[in-house]
Design a protein around this ligand. Structure first.
Ligand code: PGA
Length: 262
């Protein structure tokens, strides 16, 4: 059961949690619980910190797991004197399929602006990985009536310069900042409104086929019990899960959202 042929995608953003031993344990627990039926129904992705990527790669490849993985950040530069940064070529070599760009915590704590986020998205696609471009408004903007424009401006800047082919492989995550880590999930209809506007904008800029193909996730306090309502919305193709992805039982329940309330 897919919406418009789009396979749901559920990504766990582990943020700055878990050393590489703990990451291995969590990956093993997920691998033990997730079945072929789960992977047939949804793409399951984990996004560990850089220091755990090699360990996760070894486990996924060694055990031929269908679990996918990726990184939380990338340098916009190909290589060079950029102390502390990690390039797209390094991440691709580690087998990363996905990389986050524009997460609100990067925008807030590291001052990443739209231009830098766009450059990171281009670095991701240049290395044949799928960007997970995060957009979302703060509470002050949500209280006004400009929140759609706010998110669409972030979307436009983040997708600047992408070809239609590159854009159709990207993933957009709508993450209202006021819902991240707060326990205050957006109402499914409110999330749907923004996700529909995102799809419409992608169609307008890159063509209707790209708009129909692009996967749009919701993120912000996703939990097993609110996931079915979110996934009932026609333009929401999955979730970017923070806190709840650190507990494998809960994360597996999120991946099985269909069964919970079937
Ligand atoms: P949360 O985080 O699920 O803990 O709200 C979501 C995110 O930041 O991606």
């Amino acid at each position: 059961m897919t919406k418009g042929g789009r396979k749901p995608l559920i990504a766990g953003n582990w943020k700055m949690h878990n050393n590489h031993f703990e990451a291995l344990a969590l990956t093993q627990q997920l691998a033990f619980r997730l079945t072929a039926k789960d992977y047939d129904a949804v793409d399951v992705v984990v996004l560990p910190p850089f220091t755990s990527l090699r360990s996760v790669q070894t486990l996924v490849q060694g055990d031929k797991l269908r679990l996918r993985y990726g990184a939380q950040d990338i340098s916009p530069h190909a290589d060079g004197a950029y102390t502390g940064d990690v390039s797209g070529r390094m991440l691709a070599k580690l087998g990363c399929g996905f990389v986050l760009a524009g997460h609100s915590e990067r925008r807030h704590y590291h001052g990443e602006d739209d231009a830098l986020v766009g450059a990171k998205v281009r670095a991701i696609v240049a290395n044949e990985m799928a960007p997970v471009l995060c957009v979302g408004e703060p509470l002050s903007v949500r209280r006004g009536d400009e929140y759609l424009e706010y998110c669409l401006r972030q979307l436009d800047a983040g997708t600047d310069g992408l070809s239609a082919g590159q854009a159709s492989g990207m993933i957009v995550a709508y993450e209202p900042i006021w819902a991240i880590g707060t326990g205050e999930v957006a109402a499914p209809e409110d999330a749907q409104e923004v996700c529909a506007a995102i799809r419409q904008r992608v169609s307008g800029r890159h063509g209707p086929e790209v708009g129909a193909a692009v996967r749009i996730l919701y993120g912000g306090s996703v939990k097993p019990d609110n996931m079915p309502g979110i996934m009932a919305q026609p333009d929401i193709d999955g979730a970017l899960v923070g806190g709840a992805s650190l507990d494998y039982e809960g994360f597996v329940r999120i991946c099985r959202y269909r069964e919970t309330y079937a």
